[in-house]
Design a protein around this ligand. Sequence first.
Ligand SMILES: [Mn+2]
Length: 237
Amino acid sequence: MKRISVVSDLHIFCSRSNWETKLYAVDEAIQSSDIFVFNGDTFDFHWVEEKSNEQVFQKAIDFLKTLAEKYPHCHIHLNLGNHDHRREFCQLLSKLEKDVPNFSWHPYYLRVGKIVFLHGDVSIRKMSHSQLTKYRNRWERKPLRKNSFVNQIYDVAVSMRTHVAISHIYFRHRRTARNLLWYLNELELGTDAGISEVYFGHTHVPLRNFRYKGITFHNTGTAYKGMKLRILRTLVL
Ligand SMILES: [Mn+2]
């Protein structure tokens, strides 16, 4: 049996996230696990000035390297999400994976036994894998500067907690599970393939033990201010 922990949507580097206050819990979870999964949007490169991209990518790499070297007994996996899937960052991750034996990264998903971990941006609508790659590419090209009007609107929404309400209305559990399962079935990662648990993020709505068509769904929430983050633990053979 292996101890496995997962967290998503830390949104490190984003001013709307309380990520710094969550690092102690992340550290503790890694220390007490054999496998640790960062389940997408761990870093938020979307709101970073383009000029400083390189520096921020390096900071993210240093963060992962430090953790992996501090806890060599734990294998750290990084799944990417729409806010941290960036081509140059992927290249740095490939290099890190070669240099650090207990680190791996995955652009779309990770399977461990009967569990699938994925960021969950496919839960917004019925999406095939090729549609997801297009969606991620669009995110990569989305130009948004740190002090833009949109960013300020988001700041207001988060501070007024309207983001919480909107997320709950928009991301109904059943619809979310249905869309996730539709995507996974296309990749032959459904119940027929022996999958019984799915861990995801992206919606920022925490979810525990939601059963849908033979699969149990879990969401670890987000470090966004005013919202809930829960590092989840399980065991795997
Ligand atoms: Mn996301």
